[in-house]
Design a protein around this ligand. Structure first.
Ligand SMILES: *Cc1c(COP(=O)(O)O)cnc(C)c1O
Length: 421
């Protein structure tokens, strides 16, 4: 047995990422201050139950951390209630479904090709709960839910829950309008903010709770600055149901090292989140325009391309999403193929689109000035204007100055964590 084999693989992976332009829309970097929490003793401990009501001893300081996490979460999202124990976005969704639906209920959610997440569907969390799923009618041009058609369908199928929020999400969704429909038929509204949580926190995107959602779930590691876990925030009246669905429902222990990391991330969001979120949206808009000007079919043209960290491009003229994403990977531009609203679900192995997220490169300090060059590098590769060896060198060169993690306490305090450098 040779553990150094593992460390060598980690080294190679880290170098690969360091030489690449990371554009996966669901990923982000954590600051050194957040990372320091992962390696702390909290990662060895158990804390089942709630703050002050644990099943094991030794939780005094863990309680302090979880209390901070709850306070900061409620403050950031202006929420009456928070639960910070789900260990991932899907776990948060399962808990929310168990809290507010019954087996056999019908829900409405966005289909996967239209941007919805699998956990909103019968193959995943919604199916686990025994829910029937009806998909919203979708306006492909607007890349958004068709509210008028939704009202008609909802009056017929009478869903118990409307699920909003998506994985491919370019624009604000009609939370207020859906709230009105929900009130008419007596249904709950849940918004899965996994992708946009950092933008909501940074006040650059709709806050679904303030627009009438009963519950908001979300992963903490996409546009938010945290390690991989999730939160649920809600109205006070659902607090007990949600807390019970989380524990003992779907978590026992809940990974206390990443909980501590989440608290530091929440502090970073409070301090730097608004500047960051604004810059993310500016970068995404700029990159979309640049690609459009180079002749690409960028989605959402009539609506300013995007209001989030994401840009979606139809690359069916260039062999489809699978081929294009693989080519880009060869030169060190890392993103994913993506179904687009007009794709049948069985095209997921080779969908029409690619999805680009600019949140991580924004965290690395890139601004609008870099977006023109990035579009050029993407274009050179997709249209094979140069050898991939030559482009790979240019990508590495382009990435080289962007090393530190902006919008974090690291600039001030990195000297305290030399072991993490
Ligand atoms: C990523 C995502 C999830 C899943 O989150 P995990 O933390 O990966 O479990 C759930 N919902 C949406 C909308 C997502 O984009």
């Amino acid at each position: 047995m040779n553990p150094s084999e593992v460390f060598e693989i980690i080294e190679k992976h880290t170098k690969m990422m360091d030489d690449s332009i990371p554009l996966i829309a669901s990923e982000n970097l954590t600051s050194l201050a957040v990372r320091r929490c992962y390696v702390s003793d909290f990662g060895h401990r158990y804390a089942e139950g709630r703050v002050g009501e644990r099943f094991y001893e030794g939780c005094k300081y863990i309680d302090e951390i979880e209390e901070l996490a709850l306070d900061l979460t409620k403050r950031i999202f202006e929420a009456q209630h928070a639960n910070v124990q789900p260990i991932s976005g899907v776990i948060a969704n399962i808990a929310a479904f168990f809290a507010i639906t019954n087996v056999g209920d019908t829900i409405m959610s966005i289909s996967v090709p239209c941007g919805g997440h699998i956990s909103h569907d019968t193959v995943s969390a919604a199916g686990l709960r025994g829910l029937n799923v009806t998909h919203y009618p979708f306006d492909n041009e607007a890349v958004n839910i068709d509210v008028d058609e939704t009202a008609k369908i909802a009056r017929e199928v009478r869903p118990k829950l409307f699920v909003l929020g998506s994985s491919l999400i370019l624009f604000r969704q009609p939370v207020k309008e859906i709230r009105e429909i929900a009130d008419e038929i007596g249904a709950y509204v849940m918004y899965d903010a996994s992708h946009v949580l950092g933008l909501v926190a940074g006040k650059a995107f709709q806050n679904p709770l303030k627009e009438g959602a009963d519950v908001m779930t979300g992963s903490t590691h996409k546009t938010f600055f945290g390690p991989q876990r999730a939160i649920i925030v809600s109205k006070e009246e659902l607090a007990e149901k949600i807390d019970r669905a989380v524990f003992p429902g779907v978590v026992s222990n809940h990974h206390l090292n990443t909980l501590a990391g989440y608290v530091v991330a929440a502090m970073e969001i409070i301090e730097f989140g608004q500047d960051y979120a604004k810059q993310v949206v500016r970068n995404a808009k700029k990159l979309a325009e640049e690609l459009y000007n180079l002749g690409y079919r960028v989605l959402g043209e009539e609506h300013g391309f995007t209001e989030t960290h994401q840009v979606a491009v139809d690359v069916s003229d260039y062999g489809g999403g699978e081929k294009v994403a693989k080519k880009l990977e060869e030169v060190g531009i890392i993103l994913n193929k993506n179904l687009l609203p007009w794709d049948p679900i069985d095209r997921s192995a080779n969908p029409s689109g690619i999805r680009i997220g600019v949140q991580e490169i924004t965290r690395l300090g890139m601004g609008e000035d870099e977006m023109g060059r990035l579009a050029e590098l993407i274009d050179m590769t997709v249209r094979e204007r140069k050898s991939f060896d030559a482009i790979r060198k240019e990508v590495k060169e382009f990435r080289r100055p962007f090393r530190r993690i902006k919008y974090s306490f690291d600039e001030r305090e990195a000297y305290r964590f030399p072991e993490l450098r």
